[in-house]
Design a protein around this ligand. Structure first.
Ligand code: OOG
Ligand code: NI
Length: 264
């Protein structure tokens, strides 16, 4: 999954290479994120099953392991217009038993359904950029997130990391401000704007579409553990979970507005 992601997203690859070498070749992921269509068995479960089979467990908080969290979201397809629902149902239905192979398709960089018409992509994009993204990117990794607090250099402070990236010429998603802070002040997040990729639609039209981005997260130590010596602090002493209001802004990393601003 990661190699598909690195091949398609030069900005994410350049940032990973830069931070990795700056950090003397060590780096951890906080989470890996995917998008799905919540219909016909193509929702969260289609991708979650693979990770559950490998020993991941479902949890809202309470991290206990060295592996990155997996963040899977789904579009509430029933809440879309009949026209948009028709397009999403057409492609998920055309895929046969493709829902069983979401993780495999993600690793190969394939869709489990046919390529859409350009007009269908545009119809979805007008109503939901998430829907349009998922139609052409399928189960591809939507982003990986670098765990800032586990970096070894001064870049472990996400504000310094953001500054370092901006000074290196990378543009960050500015929706609602570059730094997204949870109401408790303990989860700090930022992200780049998605790279674009040229996509050939089934009617022969080739257009540039948003692909994936990279995120950064700093989880601060929970107040009840703030007196622990620095060397004893483990991941589970830190703020866990995600934040809806911040996620709402991070989702915009693949929106037309942010993507065209990055190319401006
Ligand atoms: C996910 C956006 C939310 C987070 O960490 O809260 C997110 C997406 O763009 O699919 O990544
Ligand atoms: Ni994320």
């Amino acid at each position: 999954m990661q190699s598909v992601y690195l091949n398609r997203n030069p900005t994410a690859k350049a940032i990973l290479d830069l931070v990795h070498s700056f950090e003397n070749n060590s780096l951890c992921y906080d989470h890996l994120a995917f998008r799905t269509f919540g219909v016909n068995g193509y929702g969260i479960d289609s991708l979650a099953q693979f990770f559950l089979d490998y020993g991941y467990t479902q949890r809202d908080d309470g991290m206990n392991g060295p592996l990155p969290r997996i963040f899977i979201s789904e579009l509430l397809v029933d809440q879309m217009s009949p026209r948009t629902q028709g397009i999403i149902r057409k492609y998920t239905e055309s895929s046969g038993n493709g829902k069983k192979y979401a993780a495999l398709a993600s690793s190969l960089g394939h869709l489990t359904w046919d390529k859409p018409l350009y007009s269908e992509f545009q119809q979805l994009a007008r109503e939901s950029e998430y829907a349009a993204w998922t139609l052409v990117n399928g189960h591809a990794l939507n982003h990986v997130t670098i765990s800032a607090h586990r970096l070894k250099t001064y870049l472990r402070d996400i504000k310094k990391l953001n500054q370092f990236l901006e000074e290196s010429g990378f543009r960050l998603n500015s929706e609602g401000g570059v730094l997204k802070v949870s109401p408790d002040g303990l989860l700090l997040q930022s992200s780049t704007v998605a790279d674009s990729i040229s996509f050939q639609f089934s009617d022969g039209i080739t257009e540039s579409v948003p692909c994936s981005y990279i995120e950064f997260a700093e989880r601060l130590v929970l107040p009840q553990h703030e007196n622990l010596p620095h060397t004893e602090i483990k991941e589970f002493h830190r703020r866990d979970g995600f934040e809806v209001a911040s996620a709402d802004k991070i989702f915009e990393s693949t929106s037309k507005e942010q993507v065209s601003r990055a190319g401006a």
